[in-house]
Design a protein around this ligand. Structure first.
Ligand code: SF4
Length: 182
């Protein structure tokens, strides 16, 4: 896996709002939501799993998910700005000086500020013991659908670390601490 780079940012910026890509991502998220509704895995809503360093895992995202995230960002960030004190928390301004933050910078007070546009990995992760027996093959299949969507929609495929992606999007001005400034 390569780190996200400027070519990726440019490819994403070109496809913001692309209906064909958004439809596939929505369908993937809907399929997952159906499984979650049926299986009802346990979530303790602690938000601790969004602290990747403490939890000992990492979150990776695909290109179509990033297009979906960017497409929904203005509306979601605007509503988060009123729902969460200080609004969505942006990545550090100078990531060159900083290691990846331990936790997702979009969490505030233990809650996700971008719930409607969070990636597949966030949607599928539950702390219930044994859930991974169901979630692993499901994740692989849904990720495969996102990969297929790149072929059909002529979108470069990438599978990139979430915090590094946010920093890239922030550096390229595709997201900002204040949604009104985008
Ligand atoms: S996007 Fe939301 S759910 Fe996903 S890691 Fe960040 S705060 Fe947690």
């Amino acid at each position: 896996m390569r780190p996200p780079n400027d070519n990726l940012a440019a490819a994403l910026a070109e496809r913001i709002g692309d209906r064909a890509i958004l439809d596939v991502v929505e369908s993937v998220y809907a399929e997952l939501a159906d499984v979650v509704a049926r299986e009802q895995p346990l979530c303790r809503r602690s938000g601790r799993c969004c602290n990747f360093a403490a939890w000992g895992h990492r979150l990776y995202v695909t290109t179509p998910e990033l297009v979906y995230f960017l497409s929904g960002w203005p509306a979601v960030a605007a509503s988060a700005a009123s729902a969460f004190p200080g609004g969505p928390i942006a990545p550090p301004a100078d990531p060159a000086d900083a290691a990846l933050p331990d936790a997702c910078p979009l969490q505030s007070g233990g809650l996700c500020t971008v719930h409607a546009i969070r990636p597949l990995g966030c949607r599928i992760f539950y702390c219930q013991q044994g859930w991974d027996r169901c979630s692993r093959p499901l994740y692989e299949r849904l990720q495969g659908r996102l990969q297929d969507a790149c072929r059909t929609c002529s979108l470069p495929y990438a599978y990139v670390e979430w915090r590094a992606s946010l920093i890239l999007l922030f550096k390229r001005g595709l997201i900002s601490p204040s949604p009104t400034r985008r």
